[in-house]
Design a protein around this ligand. Structure first.
Ligand SMILES: [Zn+2]
Length: 263
């Protein structure tokens, strides 16, 4: 049974999960430092294995991905759904992608249906067909992630964090960090990545997310976390944080920017 989003939000609020406080009260020192506003936290001390590993598999930026038992991958809104065929195939070839996935309840899929004047009620089926078609053209595997594998319930987006990833891969689960939207900046242009980050904020602060419960009050903002690469200046945390500051200008103080670096 799908609960009304308002009831779900209220339940989250009661359990205080809508604020960053529960995270703060955890024993995750790194995350707490980030919330406090420190930068350059040495994550080596607390890093689990696999935090910076992943696979050549394309996922959406949705916080319910990757599913359990699948490693992090290349996270692009709607798994390239809005891209021209040639651009999508080029992207796949250029990065040696071997698999592409679609998933139910995809906000980027809904946006695609809306932008192309298609029936938004059919967005899931449209997205699935579109991504399958990209897979066929690029001759790679296609996997549809079924609702039971998505790490969130349908109709509600529980994340209030977006990881903006400059390392090759990033898997917050390996660091016991909260699930969040995942934007693979390393594989995307600045413009596409910034738009993806803004989309994450819009979902979280929209009717299927926390709506007005995300505000400019301390602990109630949305948090962008730049995940900087160790060796590439362009993808270092400072550079990514500057890009995210651009994004937050469209968020009206309802979002904050933090950063950490690959060790
Ligand atoms: Zn999606």
């Amino acid at each position: 049974m799908n609960l009304d989003p308002d009831i779900r939000r209220t339940a989250y609020l009661r359990s205080s999960q809508v604020t960053l406080k529960p995270y703060y009260e955890t024993r995750n020192g790194m995350l707490n430092s980030l919330i406090e506003g420190e930068y350059g936290t040495d994550i080596q001390k607390s890093a689990g294995s696999g935090a910076f590993s992943g696979s050549k598999c394309i996922f959406c930026i949705d916080e319910g991905l990757p599913p359990d038992k699948m490693p992090a991958g290349i996270h692009v809104p709607g798994s390239l759904i809005g891209w021209e065929n040639a651009d999508a195939v080029n992207f796949i070839k250029e990065h040696g992608v071997v698999e592409i996935t679609s998933h139910p309840d995809c906000a980027a899929g809904k946006k695609y249906a809306h932008d192309y004047g298609l029936n938004e009620d059919q967005a899931d089926a449209i997205a699935r067909q579109r991504i399958q078609s990209i897979a066929r053209q690029a001759n790679i595997r296609f996997v549809h992630i079924v609702p039971s594998k998505l790490r969130r319930e349908l109709g509600f987006h529980p994340a209030r964090i977006c990881y903006y990833i400059g390392s090759q891969y990033f898997d917050p689960r390996a660091l016991n960090m909260p699930q969040g939207f995942m934007v693979s900046r390393r594989f995307l242009s600045q413009e596409i990545a910034q738009n993806a980050a803004l989309l994450a904020f819009q979902i979280a602060s929209g009717p299927k997310g926390y709506d007005t419960l995300i505000s400019d009050h301390p602990f109630k903002q949305f948090m962008f976390i730049a995940v900087g690469a160790r060796t590439h200046d362009r993808y270092a945390a400072e550079a990514l944080m500057a890009e995210l500051e651009d994004v937050t200008r469209a968020c009206g103080k309802r979002a904050i920017v933090r950063g950490l670096s690959e060790f």
